[in-house]
Design a protein around this ligand. Sequence first.
Ligand code: ADE
Length: 261
Amino acid sequence: MSAPVEADVTGRRVLGVLAALPQELGDLVEAMRAESGVRTVTLGRRDYHVGTVHGTPCVVTLARVGKVAAAATVSALIHAFEVEAVVFTGVAGGVGRDVRIGDIVVADALMQHDLDASPLFPRFEVPLLGVTRFVADQSLSAQLADACACFVAEEGVTLAARFATAMPRVHRGLVISGDQFVASAAAVEALREALPDALAVEMEGAAIAQVCYEYGVPCAIVRTVSDTADAHAPTSFATFLTDIAGTYSNGILSRFLQARV
Ligand code: ADE
């Protein structure tokens, strides 16, 4: 295999870290700038920021919204940067009945809730790949869940008071992705009926997990619940994204990256 494009002095390959929107990344690029400086590579209308943050060599970027954007971005991370693994952070709509706004979901598995090539292939199955649920990397996801638990233990009470939410909880399970912002009681109920174990809905995770599966790259996905995918979702999402999402990302990613050093 040819030498990795991005590696630190010890030959350690970089970790790919991405989110859909800038607010979901928190201060990660600024923290990288302060710690190591940043080299920015522009590819396919995206900026890839290379450097070290919280002690870990990373390439940090924004996927933008939706499954195509996510797949294109993670493909570039794999091919142009030869990332050793991929971590995605962002917000999601809560689907599980006990998943509340402010809770955190670490994906064990991901699937596309809007993929339906039936009757040619079973509903939800990726045609010709024969996979419906993509399993997140167990070790990476466990590290991410540990970082979330630590963040909640250390900052949960302050967060709940500051943002007037319940004490955050960390869930692990199925995250579902589709090219729709889900924003009605009927739509979220239909998702619950079709996929009773789904915890959260978003628009990128399963695409990232599929590309990582196809190239054998470990991936993990963490989502903070910004809304409950009902009629209140647009306002709840907008407020959460502006006021809160960055605090969660900073708190989770700093602990996760420091623990990898
Ligand atoms: N991301 C955050 N909230 C969402 C929702 N309700 N639907 C899809 N993606 C989301």
